[in-house]
Design a protein around this ligand. Sequence first.
Ligand SMILES: Nc1nc2c(ncn2[C@@H]2O[C@H](COP(=O)(O)OP(=O)(O)OP(=O)(O)O)[C@@H](O)[C@H]2O)c(=O)[nH]1
Ligand SMILES: [Mg+2]
Length: 633
Amino acid sequence: MKSIIIGTAGHIDHGKTALVKALTGIDADRLEEEKRRGITIDLGFAHLELTAANGEGLRLGFIDVPGHEHFVRNMLAGVGGIDLVLLVIAADESIKPQTREHFEICRLLSIPLGITVITKADLVDEDTLNVVKLEVEDFVRGSFLDVARSPIVGVSALKGTGLDELKREIARLAAEVPARDSEAQFRLPIDRVFAMKGFGTVITGTLIAGKINKEEEVEIFPTHKRARVRGVQVHGASAEQASAGQRTALNLAGVQLEELARGMTLAALGQLDASHKFEVQISLLKDAKPLKDRARVHLHAFASETIAEVALYEGGVLKPGATALAQLRVADPLLLLPGDHAILRQFSPVVTIAGAVVLDAFPLPRQKRDARLEFLKSLATGTRAENLLARIARRGQDGLSLAAAVRETGLKSSVLQPLVTAQLEQKKVVQAGEFFLASQAFLSARDATAAALDAFHKANPLVAGMSKEELRDKLGLHSSVMEAVLAALARDKKAEVAGEQVRLAGRGVELKDEEAKAKAQIEKAFAQAGLKVPLMKEVLAALPVDKTRAQKLVTLLLRDRVLVKLADDLVFHHSALEGLRQLMAAQKAKSSKIDVGTFKDLLGVTRKYAIPLLEYLDQQRVTRRVGDARIIL
Ligand SMILES: Nc1nc2c(ncn2[C@@H]2O[C@H](COP(=O)(O)OP(=O)(O)OP(=O)(O)O)[C@@H](O)[C@H]2O)c(=O)[nH]1
Ligand SMILES: [Mg+2]
């Protein structure tokens, strides 16, 4: 059975609620104040089942909106997820201000389908009805409601005339409603929150993407709170699952009523995220005032509402009727994804002025303007695969993880993975651990690595190679990317990797035989001495090489941290210091406090050694000095 969401739109008192009731039998004005004042204030809901001409069952969910100009915000909270609009115009009043505003909103939101309904047909004679029809025809010309595509139906909710024709037209158009994207992560913008006796917390909304199941763990945005779906209702009946395009009510466990509000969004746990900045394409209405760069506006997207600043990318002012790329910086974080629509209303006086389509919800902070614009323009026209490639490419040498791709696109990883695999096969993309890099970016990371190694060898002719850590810091690469780059260089025999050390092939110090022997001799002398280290000059004097070369060998050993210098002429082998740490750990079991005397006795060394060693331990946070003694940490 196909599920369709139908919204009403139109000026106050034109008969929207009466029409919904005539069609469904349900009074959508549920608030006491609405009944008392005879107007709609907040969203109302109703449902109806129809059979399409092809025999398919149709489940229609109605969202009835208020027409009053003060409640356009509530209208906006309902209209975001609809498939089809009934633009209601009373025959005795014809087109009025909110007829225009609601119609513009529907256009700006790119609502695909609609029917213009002329209500209260019983209040006018046939000539007047025909005149109103002509006016309306003119009004909708060129839009999605143009009579070439979309009917105008005259009805009387009071007398019941025209209702059958309207149902027929709804059933006909429902067949044209495109299936919602089931490959997307589920998102449910919350439009109502209430407590139900015996059930606890209930939220309702139009499921705009994906599917949601009973017992599923969900995340609430922007607060990141979690909840469990205890029960699902679709169009008022219990269900195991709700899918995109259905009016959905969820009974939530693990969350308090006060932690939920209209405007929040439910989504799959740990998959998506809210954002403060959105790259959008803005379309300014023809009769709006020019929109200045940095203007503040009210932003409405699905059921949410916040204040946003509009930063125009091209030119300081957007002319009425024009379209431009812009960044919206919102006061409260929102969960929006590419393709989502928003409505902008002037800050004051509050009137609808523009629509915005989200292109990207996670702008890179330091991307250059030209690259950014090129990226956004390509997103506006690209296929799913092309856009994914553009998203990978814009990350340059940082690459894009699958998790980040899910967050940016709202698609499931099961949809993205095959796209990435194809791009890996086509060599457009290279994988580096959990990241995917555009081939070009990977190549330049590779070249930069080779250049950095070359520079290192030139500056340090006596050093065997560069440490990976230093190389990574220098290039600013993530360790996964670094590893993949080094693996690629090694595969091409351009570099050699030994443990934590990297060198270009054929570069780095090649110690001559006697130098290598001398180096080993120094190391051995210190390793065997433990903490009672010899004087460096004595060790060096015994070597088979001259003094300057011997000194350079010591530099090498210090650089590679084989030897550690604690003070002038006080050098230890790293293994001796490691042993000292273990000794201190064992000592701690006996007493957590140690004075210099005990330390000396424990190590069997003189004060000359004991003091620098204790200072070393302090610095390494193995001990902490308290007066003359130390606490072992
Ligand atoms: N004669 C006649 N009266 C109608 C018809 N439809 C609605 N009305 C009356 O018009 C008044 C307004 O109708 P509603 O359905 O509440 O109008 P609405 O568009 O929902 O108004 P808001 O929600 O406040 O914007 C009520 O008194 C209805 O009884 C109709 O087809 N014929
Ligand atoms: Mg109403």
